[in-house]
Write a protein that binds this ligand. Structure first.
Ligand SMILES: [Zn+2]
Length: 132
């Protein structure tokens, strides 16, 4: 049986690939509160926050712009520089952290930093990769 993406999954993909429309500050009531909080990370501070999609996301610690990670992002421990370097390299290469409930044939992200270069190389068309 072929599983089709749910509405929220489709939205997640659409946001990740960059053709989302972000409501302005006067867009009115937020649709569903905490459903719309998405992980954003600061690679300098090695921290992540759940931030509303509509807000201008800046790091509360260093005031730099936060990076939109996606709903499936799990922040590594602050002390785990290898994992932070890994997610930063993936992010910089366009990979976003989107919940995959099995409807896409997507290679899982590598566990270790040393595998990242090969992973990026062999996944130019990864479904969770933003085209630049
Ligand atoms: Zn920061």
């Amino acid at each position: 049986m072929v599983q089709t993406p749910s509405k929220s999954e489709r939205m997640e993909i659409r946001k990740a690939i960059g053709n989302r429309s972000i409501p302005g500050p006067d867009a009115g009531v937020r649709p569903r509160g905490s459903d719309y909080l998405v992980a954003h990370a600061c690679f300098d501070c090695r921290k992540s926050w759940k931030v509303s999609e509509a807000s201008a996301a800046t790091c509360p610690q260093c005031a730099k712009a936060l990076h939109w990670m996606g709903r499936a992002f799990k922040a590594p421990k602050k002390s785990d520089t290898e994992q932070w370097n890994k997610v930063e390299r993936l992010w910089m290469a366009g990979f976003r952290f989107i919940p995959n409930t099995g409807w896409r044939d997507a290679e899982p992200y590598p566990e270790r930093l040393r595998k990242v270069a090969a992973f990026i190389e062999s996944n130019p068309e990864h479904p969770f990769r933003v085209k630049s």
